[in-house]
Design a protein. Structure first.
Length: 196
């Protein structure tokens, strides 16, 4: 069993992360169709989180097949995740960029415009081991600043490319209304999926 070293990846793993991030197109062309979903999920016993997701398919000869953005909110934290899936799985199965904020100081309605820096990057490749980098406390990660900066820039760019402020306006308002739902009835009534 391989243990993923997310705090101090070696030089080869760093290069894998840099290469995968560099291959992401800055302005992909999306199909007209898209999917927005939202719902409530159990995180731990007695704890639930709300989430919203936007999924877009990429046109043409792009190395990407789909791009998915999600925001999840619970009583403790708000997490943004951007997932890129490759068209050719031998080149890229999935690449994800994540940031995490305290729900006590960051409302969902303000997160989209905050350009929060990335705190985790993960690359999955068919037939190869997964590589990842994450912010870790009490670890000198200065040598990884360039990767975190690269990932943060992509996350910021795609917030705008995906037009999240307009596409998810009503859904983020729903998140903001109650980030810690208390009853199963409310959870079921709040969940739903729409496709366009």
């Amino acid at each position: 069993m391989n243990v993923l070293n997310v705090c101090t990846p070696n030089s080869d793993e760093q290069q894998e992360l840099k290469t995968a991030l560099a291959k992401l197109p800055k302005s992909p062309s999306f199909d007209a169709d898209y999917e927005i979903s939202r719902g409530v999920a159990s995180v731990e016993e007695g704890t639930r989180s709300r989430y919203v997701r936007l999924r877009r398919e990429v046109k043409g000869e792009s190395p990407l097949a789909t791009v998915q953005y999600s925001m999840s909110v619970d009583a403790e934290s708000t997490i943004e995740t951007l997932v890129f899936r490759g068209r050719e799985v031998k080149d890229l199965l999935a690449l994800s960029i994540e940031d995490k904020l305290s729900s006590a100081v960051s409302k969902p309605s303000t997160v989209l415009g905050a350009d929060t820096p990335a705190s985790r990057v993960r690359v999955e490749r068919a037939g190869k081991s997964t590589v990842a980098l994450a912010r870790c406390e009490n670890v000198d990660q200065s040598k990884y600043d360039a990767i975190f900066s690269q990932a943060s820039s992509i996350l910021s760019d795609y917030r705008r490319v995906l037009r999240l402020k307009s596409m998810l306006a009503s859904d983020v308002a729903w998140l903001s209304a109650d980030s810690a739902p208390k009853s199963s009835r409310k959870a079921l009534s709040g969940a739903g999926t729409t496709s366009h």
